[in-house]
Write a protein that binds this ligand. Sequence first.
Ligand SMILES: [Zn+2]
Length: 236
Amino acid sequence: MDFVETLQRLVALQKTDSGLDELERMKKNFLQEAASLDANVNALKSKIQEEKKNLEDLLKHRKTLEIEIGTLDTKVSKYLGQQNEVKSNEQFAALKMEIEKSKEEKGKIEEKVLDCLFKEDEQKVKIQGLTAQLAQAEKKATEDKKELQQKVTDCDKSAQDKKEERKKQFSELPQEFAEGYDSLRTHGKKLAVAGISEEKTCEGCNMNVSPQIFNEIRKNIAIQRCNCGRYLYVKD
Ligand SMILES: [Zn+2]
């Protein structure tokens, strides 16, 4: 096999592998997108749980206040009963003051109850809004995920085809170059076969390619590697 053919095969193999890399990148993005749709739904669910808990706390607080009101009512009834039995004006006046104090206290608590009711209503509206938002997010997630799943399946199919093509291309390379190529790829250089840019630089590492090496490649004297290790080729 001459240099020209070997280099052409290296370039073709790189093209297939770059295609595979791109498919893998796309698939990863689709899966991430799907995951973020789920995360959005879950975040809304947690938020609703949190707001429901806040509503429960408000209800509990109101219940406590209502019990306090009941206690005060009982007190007032008791004082009213006692007023009928007292003998002295002083005792009567003292009870009257207690009654007024209790009623005043009750009035303050009733205001708090109203405040609670108001907040409960607000909280219910908030929960309703979030629930509607969740329904929408779930619907969108289901639809979009179906689409994303299809895209992932398409990626997998294309990748399968490319992998078979790659296998064939790889097996047709002279062993020395197959190993060299593989070694570059497994050591992080996804671009193992780099074109030479118009500025005469390696497209893998951006370093200058010497005129001598450039000429050797162009004249098909030898297959050359850049200092970064990549195989170099002159683009059409
Ligand atoms: Zn380089």
